[in-house]
Design a protein around this ligand. Sequence first.
Ligand code: HDD
Length: 712
Amino acid sequence: MSSIRDTIQKAVSTVTSSAKIADLQSDIQEPKSGQALTTDHGVKVSDTDNWLKVTNGRDNGPSLLEDQIGREKIHRFDHERIPERVVHARGAGAHGYFKVYDDRASKYTYAPVLTDSSRSTPVFIRFSTVQGSRGSADTVRDVRGFAIKFFTDEGNWDLVGNDIPVFFIQDAIKFPDLVHAVKPEPHNEVPQGQTAHNNFWDFSGLQPETAHMIMWVMSDRGVPRSFRMMQGFGVNTYTLLNAQGERHFVKFHWIPELGVHSLMWDEALKIAGQDPDFHRKDLNEAIENGAYPKWKLAIQTLPESREHEFEFDILDATKVWPQELVPLEEIGELVLNRVVDEFFTETEQVAFCTSHIVPGIGFSDDPLLQGRNFSYFDTQISRLGVNWEELPINRPVCPVLNHNRDGKSRHRIVQSSVNYWPNRKDIGRPVKPEEGGYAEFAQRVEGIKKRVRGEKFQEHYSQAQLFYNSLAPYEKSHLINAISFELSHCDDPAVYKSYTTVLSNIDFELAKTIAIKVDGVLPEKPGRPNHGHTSKGLSQLEYASKEPTIVSRRIAILIADGFNAVELQAVRAILTSAKAVCYIIGPRRNKIHPSEAQDIGEGVTADHHFEGQRSTLFDAIYIPSGEKHIKELANNGRAVHWVREAFGHCKPIGAIGEGVDFLRDVVRLPDVELFAPPRGSDEVVSSYGVVTTGRYSVSSAARDTLKITQDS
Ligand code: HDD
């Protein structure tokens, strides 16, 4: 087998994939200003504003069907929409690259993408929600898709994951039922982008295998602050094959450099209305500002000999492999460094298949993965047509030659008179594994044909308990409020009655608390006792960034006429040097004038006015000193609300001088902490700085921002 790896290494072209990717993107068109408008058939157009008509100079006569230019324009418009994804319709994409640190994974696999540190493999990632349609809001409570296409020299590898390590169901055959239950209800197409409705909770109560996943979705994981601040997981159990022919089971983990951070539920609700594209814009803004999102790739591996040693089945997608039992090994890094040029041709047309694996990576008998492997290719055909892999965004960077032919919108022109194998010209010859051909692992299988689930697949609560027990107290209270919100949107008592029974099998106190909040009907009796165990890596608190950072954090600077301009410039310089992104918010989106003493006519142009944006769209607030400007803020109810709302969402609020009095005397913030002026800046800071923390526990995001603001 070792020769396979050597062969692949040799076969790998010297041109790095990224150079090839550029060649691939040759379909990119960069229109020049003044370039002529043409029809799709290339004819220059003289008038795109008037349909060809009969006119006598005074009146408009009939429009003529003859107008081939008008007709083409309308035809093309009429056929612009393609079917949206049946799930994960709402998404955002970006380009980047993946590099392994070294060949530490070669004990498990000979796939160069996971072992060759000289490579930088181009990738395209698409993040998504699941339930909502293509135009739904970003900050709904939902699972987030985390799908990556690796353009490797051995073909495309699609790792199609989510931001949660487990899934609702164990067997793919249940997926249509799950999706029908979660999607808007068939009789009224309600709700959009929400699981808070009878059908979802009815199905979940009757299908208890969903219990573990639902705990994750109802936790703070369900409302991520940013695609850049969430984990990613391959979820299913795959396999790796090394050069010695040994097979390991594997699970993939993506760990964000920025840590895992969430919105408060109240924020998520408001942002969905204030800025439905919040996550999409956040991703683009960070990349365009050079704050490239990064994740570590970590793997959990198990040799075949350990497959049956656990109380759970390692092929059950509703179970995690506890990190105490199967530690993570970090092997590489993913960086996103380019936004898409055109949304439809890239993000909408990108298509992933779990069945797209490369030599050295394989499937397992995970029943969910097996079904997925069928579904993705099938769905792409209905969405994009059978030649979807010839679309630029889906095209491999390595040579493609086979005897697949024709089908709608075929691009590739194969100059050959044979389209079959074997053929007399030896064209499109299958190659042995030692020449790089995909090698299936010779797995022994035996048994009888039967519709069945494995014995260990029958248990559904112990890991839901493990997850719940591992949460911090405030995370638990958020989860209880979330389930209470959801069930209170169900108007069929049978639904929340059955679900509180499921909850009592996770934790009876939890079930009781929710039953009291939702309908008062306590579960008859305690269900399965809670084993009380916890596990590493489940609470997102463990993923608060080790080194607090305010990189790419959005900081609102609230000002009115009469603010301290020198101080503002200094503090803004400090924040910007730490790569935070500052926005000036004022009473008007125009020049705001500093205090008379400093007013050299310049003033500062506000990026937004108080009515145009809300505190929910920012991570922190800073209020400069300045007597007159504080008086104006104090008389502006929206400005006062801005600060109060930010405080309620656990956001750091910095103020200096008179700004401190504003927080204490006008906004009436309770826990106002004073801290010494930032080092080396006393000439700027008129009195002392102050930072307040939210009423609730300081979220990990707030802690990061606080520390940097204080330390800078
Ligand atoms: Fe799926 C899309 C992730 C179970 C069938 N899935 C889709 C996308 C993601 C996932 C991220 C969007 C890809 C993109 O951005 O274009 N799906 C998952 C994960 C699952 C999962 C992590 C559980 C481990 N999916 C799953 C099952 C089935 C499907 C069990 C079918 C049996 N998924 C599909 C699909 C989609 C899809 C219907 C719809 C759009 C698409 O494929 O391209 O084929």
